[in-house]
Structure formats: C-alpha cells, structure tokens
Design a protein around this ligand. Structure first.
Ligand code: C5P
Length: 264
C-alpha cells in the first residue's frame, strides 16, 4: 500500500492572452502549490478500481484518476481518493489527482514514458502538478518556468457554495489581456485575475469576500483560477486565524505555500 498527498494550487496571477486555433486559450499565469491536499491510497488489485469518500465525485471513466491510469496502460491497481480539495473551486483538485496518479503509478510499475505529454492530454493544469512549487506558465499552462519561491505567507481560503465551470468561465470572458512577461511578476502589484470580472458579475458576494479579506489585513487577496475560491495571504498566522473567524457562515480552510518541487 502506498499513500501520497495530492496538493492543491492557487494562482497568484492569471491573464488570458488569446484564443487558440485548437479551441483552448493561451494563458500567462503564476501557479503556486499549497498544503491543502487530497490523499490517494494505491493498493494491489486484479483490476482498475477507483473509489472516493466524496460520493458526489464520479469514479467511472470521467474521473481523471481513472483516465491517468488508463493512459499509462495500468489496470491492476485500486486507488482510493480522500477528498479535501473542493471541485469547481479553481484549486486544481482533479488535475492534481491526475498528476499524483501518473507519478505514483510510473514509480510503482517502473514505467519509462515521459509523463508531461500524457499530463497535458488529461488537462491544462496537470503538467504544473508534475513540477510543483512556484511556477510561471504560458501556453495552455504547460510551458512552465520555475520562478523564485514565493514568501511563506499563511493563506486563508474562502470556499463558496457556488461552483464555476472552467469552460463556462472561459466563454464568459469579454476581452483578452496582453502578456506582461516573466519579469513583471517580481512585483505583486502586477498580479491580476482576468476571471474575476465575469465571475464577480455573476456572484457579487465573491467580490465582497475579496474586499473583506483586504479589510481584515490581507497582504494580497484574489480569486484562484476560474473560481470560485477566494484566497487571502496574511503577514502571520495570528492575523490569518483572526480573519478566519470573521467568516462563520462559509466554509474556510487554512493552508501554507509549499516551496520546492514535490516530485519524488
Ligand atoms: O484543460 P482542462 O480540461 O482543464 O480545461 C477545461 C476547459 O477549459 C476546456 O475544455 C476549455 O474549454 C477551457 N480551457 C481553455 N484554455 C485553457 C484551459 C482550459 O479554453 N488554457
């Protein structure tokens, strides 16, 4: 039996720079791996069997863990997913599970195939999870350059009940942003998220929560990915924990910035 953590991500910044001929969009983003995680347990089995403690998550061929195992040709393993990362929250939970499955099965079965191309077929965010840490990314999100590690600011995640479909969020964009280039991201004042405008227009409460995080002392606050999670980064654990208690009616999680690569 092997247990691995499958970590979530946030986006420090996310610009959508154009529509591509293949139907996807080009991005310019800064990804950050964080400590909030699902746990995947791999055990021997005579067939491929995926289970999940969250019964709202499909465990058939729609599940990215199933797709990842099939993409590697592995059909003799049971994988149990303990879900902590909400889906539809812009935290990359499914993509992270897929990357963790690719890395773990590749190790268990001593596979030699490069994982990056398989990862990108599974989803645009999956290649980042093979790398981890803090990363600047372009293309669909797979052209990855590691950048200096982010400061270890304690994070508060506000997890609204409203879920956002990534495909719908892309369709709701009214304009594209020119890329700023990697150097611009040395300066936090350049961090933006192009999905905030359309998603906040639909769910005004999310904008209010972002503003509330700033009012509670956050050094930085923004939506993650295409939403709906709102993240605040605080100078210390005590101000972060005080802010958490100001959100009694919505699910919140605390997390830490994870530094360095996680690949075994
Ligand atoms: O790649 P992934 O499966 O995560 O993408 C989900 C949907 O989001 C895609 O089907 C596409 O509509 C949109 N998307 C996009 N450009 C990207 C990433 C995602 O248009 N770079």
């Amino acid at each position: 039996m092997i247990q691995v953590r499958s970590y979530a991500k946030i986006n420090w910044s996310l610009r959508v720079t154009g529509k591509r001929a293949d139907g996807f969009h080009d991005l310019e983003t800064v990804f950050q791996l964080i400590s909030l995680h699902d746990t995947l347990t791999f055990t021997e089995s005579d067939r491929l069997a995926v289970t999940c403690d969250d019964l709202t998550i499909p465990t058939d061929d729609r599940n990215l863990v199933v797709k990842a195992a099939r993409a590697l040709g592995v059909d003799r393993v049971a994988i149990h997913i303990e879900k902590r990362i909400p889906s539809g929250g812009g935290l990359g939970g499914g993509s992270s599970n897929a990357a963790a499955t690719l890395m773990t099965l590749s190790k268990i079965f001593s596979l030699r195939e490069p994982l990056e191309p398989i990862a990108l077929e599974l989803g645009s965010d999956v290649p980042f999870f093979l790398a981890g840490g803090t990363a600047y990314a372009t293309g669909r999100g797979e052209v990855i350059t590691p950048v200096p590690e982010a400061p270890e600011l304690p994070l508060l995640l506000v997890l609204p009940k409203e879920r956002v479909s990534t495909a719908e969020a892309f369709r709701s964009l009214r304009r594209f942003s020119p890329p700023l280039g990697i150097e611009a991201y040395r300066d936090m004042s350049h961090f933006t998220n192009d999905f905030e405008e359309p998603v906040f227009a639909r769910f005004p409460q999310l904008r209010a929560w972002k503003e509330k995080l700033y009012a509670l002392g956050a050094r930085w606050a923004a939506m993650s990915g295409s939403g709906s999670t709102i993240v605040g980064a605080f100078a210390g654990v005590s101000s972060r924990d005080a802010a958490r208690s100001a959100f009694p009616d919505v699910r919140t999680e605390t997390a830490a910035v994870l530094r360095g690569a996680t690949r075994a």
